[in-house]
Design a protein around this ligand. Sequence first.
Ligand code: UDP
Length: 484
Amino acid sequence: MVVITESSLRKASKLQRYSNAFRPFKLFLILGSLASIAFYQQESLLRLRLWDETEKYFGDTPGPYELGSHYHVEISDSSENTLPPGFKTHAYKIDKTKRYDLCAIGAGLSGTVFAERAANYLGQKVLILDSRPHIGGNCYDFVDQKTGIIRNQYGSHLFHTNIERVWKYITGHPKAPKWRRWYHAKFGYVNGDYVPIPVNIQTVNRLMGVDIQTEEEMNAWLKNVQIPCPLSTGCENAEQMAKSRVGEELYKLIFEGYTIKQWGRDPKELNASVTARIPVFSTFDPRYFADKYQALPEDGYTAWFAAMLDHRLIDVVLSTDFFDHRKHLEQVCDKIVYTGPIDTYFASEGMDKLEYRSIIFTEERHYNHPGYILPTPVLNYPGLETNYTRAVEYKHYLHRPSNHTIVVKEVSSAEGDPYYPVPTVRNLKLYNKYQQLANNLEQSGKIQFVGRLANYKYYNMDQAIDNALTMFYKTAPEDKNMDQ
Ligand code: UDP
């Protein structure tokens, strides 16, 4: 259970009143007269620094908390929700009379990029197929029927990138819905307190009982606790990587339990890249990501996918498994882009299976609760006293109003839909063997293996798009290859 105590709510409520007192400042901000402003909460629960970059949008403090208000809590699993397909021109059956230049298997990011590029850039006839009843892959979101809240089906997705061509790609398509700047910031619930994650000055002050005030002091503190990785090898695993950044104590409080719960194994067994994903800030910067572009699609991800696939040359077929139609598709598709799990594609080879992590979602629905339950959109639970890793309250995103709210908790699992490749030595070695098989087939020019599951890589959204663009342009005819 998420433990939200009376005292934490009271603290948060005070914080909200404090935030209200600062409303006039927001006016200044909206007028663009201040480039950045920092404000401090008396009880030092929270210290946020908000930025004004190119757009006049700012992160916000949490609230309002409705202490003592009446609300009804219902615990259910996500499958109770209706899943509007979010796309107006789709079918549930393959038209057996048609031939295609390209068939994209999987309507997630990689398949969608290929389908969109093939239709718009090469003028090709495209089929995009998904075994699920919707487009968007794990980015899929929808308007919850009972509360009006836009929420993801498969966990929170925060877009962030430093890759210019990816930003241009997602925002530049003539039909692309608007993206709004959104700086993700989250707390972890550690030792009964809310602390910013990733580690920043405030995290250290609150957990270590120190009073660091400057970047120099923070750098000195970090240097003193960091355990450098061996010079000869570099950081060899996720534990070494985390300790080389934050030292032993913070590793134990923030990384160890979370990583064990998330991956179901000792952090020593995981590739260093896993914990390298999380930065450490020597400032009060509360943002989860440091990237130049951080944004959410205003109308949700599904609307973005729908716009990208909305083309007279693209046929979208849902609830249809590729493997039930493989023979037919191999005959009628000049080329196939396969974005599913690579070991499923080569199942008939009888090789060992790759491991994946899945997520089990449990949601609590709070009706007649206009405020928030969590202090941040995502609250991490690094400790081993809970089996869940985090809770997400979707209403926070883009500050969408609703009289209700939904909190979804995530428990990692070895069973279920594959979400994460598991980067252990065993899996990476095994993947190399599958990759060899894939490379051999790709020589024919009739198939390409693309994406998180087919390439067995822990891609972020922007990396998945960038990788798909690179793979697409690799085989696009030279003379048309102009807008890379
Ligand atoms: N991590 C952690 N504690 C946290 C957040 C992250 O130990 O509070 C580690 C954990 O191993 C996790 C990895 O960092 O799997 C990557 O975290 P990220 O938030 O990028 O995970 P994702 O959003 O992809 O699930």
